[in-house]
Each structure stands twice: as structure tokens, then as C-alpha cells.
Ligand binder design. Structure first.
Ligand code: SF4
Length: 248
């Protein structure tokens, strides 16, 4: 974060990092403690990281719940996680992340376990928070359509490597990498949607020493050079990069 390798920070630096960077997990049923009320979930980070007096802690909890749309707040504060729906629990998880005033939130598949009907509400909330509170979100998903909705920039990974990255609209309109094009072909509602070619479904073996392109086993455009050399991430248009020997 901010150019630092966070794998090695410790002590006071780690505490400061935890305040700056928060996480919203995929499973809103597992990420909250079933024995704690919603108030307790929010009071802990507020006390620990904001060092507020008892009176102010209550006000901040009310503000956080109102910000994520969990009203009436007095009622929500007293509830336990099992008394909330999946979407409401994910809103609590977002409020908990906001409780320390972060600069950056990693949201790992935050809507994949929710009903389709409430997914849009969570994405809308994240977009609003991004704009109002100037928080950067790293949104991890398998769903390109929702990535486009929330992201300024999309990065497509395969086998732990960056295949393509570009501003969201550019990547969706002009995908350069065969893997991105296949993902879009499988995404309902995009103009790229269409039949998928007959290719292997074999996932990459992350343990073997790889020489060529990680996507070679599944790529319809694979050629000899793809097996021999790993393609570098190269600029194919301003701000648009793809790791492919034969970008489209
Ligand atoms: S480098 Fe070759 S195998 Fe890899 S994605 Fe591009 S065309 Fe396909």
C-alpha cells in the first residue's frame, strides 16, 4: 500500500496499516460473531482505533449504521447477526470496515453469497462510499459486469498473473486478451456475449515451473511462441496493457 510491501510491516506500523486498510469478506454469515450484538461489532474498532469517549462511541455507531442504510439505528444496534438478512449483515461488515476511517477497503466477492435482488444495493452503497468518503476499493470478483459497475480500472488475473488491465470502459469495449474475451463471451448482457470455443478446461498448475503463457492450454489463439515464452505485459493502447503474444 502506498508503495510499501505490507507483508513485512510489524508493530506500530502494522497497527497504522490496519487503520488505513480494511476488509469486507465474502461470507456475511461467517464474518460476524454470532454471540455479539451489532453494537458490539462496531464499538470495538471505534474504541480501539479512534480512541473516542464512551458518549461519542454511541454517536459514531449510530452514524455508521445510518451511513450503510441500517435504520432505525437503535433497533439495529441491539440485534444479533442471526436476526439480520444476508444483505443487512454485509452492510454491518461494511460499517465495521468504515469504523476506523480507512483509506482503502478490500472487498472480496462481497455480493456473491447474497440474493440477486439485494446485490445491486450493496454495489450502490460501495460506490456512494467511494465517492463521499474518498475510499479506494479493491473489488475482487468473477463477475465482469459488476466489476465494470464499480471499478474505474479492471485487472484480469489468470494463474496468479496479470493478463490484462485497462480503464473499465476501455477493457469492456476493446478487450485485447483472449482470456478477457472469453470471460466477456460468457457474461450475459455484454455485446461480446456469444458461443465459447471448444478449448481445454484444464486449470493452470501453479506448482509447475512455467515457461510460456499461463493461458496457453486453454487459448484458442495459442501458437508456438506462446509455449516458449511468457508474454510481457505490454501497452496495447494508452493506459491499456495486455500480456499476450497475439493481442486482439
Ligand atoms: S500469449 Fe498466446 S496462449 Fe497466451 S493468451 Fe496470448 S495467444 Fe493465447
Amino acid at each position: 500500500m502506498a508503495g510499501r510491501n505490507v507483508a513485512h510491516i510489524r508493530g506500530r506500523d502494522l497497527k497504522a496499516y490496519r487503520k488505513d486498510a480494511q476488509m469486507v469478506f465474502q461470507d456475511p454469515f461467517g464474518s460476524l460473531n454470532p454471540t455479539r450484538t451489532i453494537e458490539q461489532h462496531l464499538a470495538f474498532p471505534v474504541r480501539k482505533y479512534r480512541r473516542e469517549g464512551q458518549g461519542r462511541v454511541g454517536d459514531l455507531i449510530d452514524e455508521l449504521l445510518a451511513k450503510v442504510g441500517l435504520t432505525p439505528v437503535a433497533e439495529t444496534r441491539r440485534k444479533y447477526p442471526h436476526e439480520l438478512s444476508g444483505g443487512q449483515r454485509q452492510r454491518v461488515a461494511i460499517a465495521r470496515a468504515l469504523a476506523v476511517n480507512p483509506k482503502f477497503i478490500v472487498a472480496d466477492e462481497p455480493i456473491s453469497m447474497l440474493d440477486v435482488s439485494i446485490r445491486a444495493g450493496i454495489l450502490k452503497l460501495m460506490n456512494e462510499l467511494r465517492e463521499e468518503m474518498n475510499i479506494a476499493f479493491l473489488y475482487i470478483t468473477h463477475d465482469l459486469a459488476s466489476a465494470r459497475y464499480i471499478g474505474n480500472r479492471i485487472m484480469v488475473l489468470y494463474g496468479g498473473k496479470v493478463m490484462e488491465t485497462a480503464p473499465s470502459a476501455e477493457l469492456i469495449r476493446h478487450p485485447a486478451h483472449p482470456y478477457t474475451r472469453l470471460l466477456l463471451a460468457a457474461t450475459p448482457g455484454t455485446r461480446h456475449q456469444g458461443p465459447l470455443p471448444e478449448t481445454s478446461n484444464r486449470p493452470p498448475n501453479l506448482l509447475e515451473d512455467r515457461v510460456g503463457c499461463p493461458f496457453a492450454d486453454r487459448c484458442p489463439l495459442m501458437s508456438e511462441v506462446c509455449r516458449a515464452q511468457q508474454p510481457p505485459l505490454a501497452e496495447v493502447a494508452p493506459g491499456h496493457y495486455a500480456a499476450c503474444h497475439h493481442p486482439g
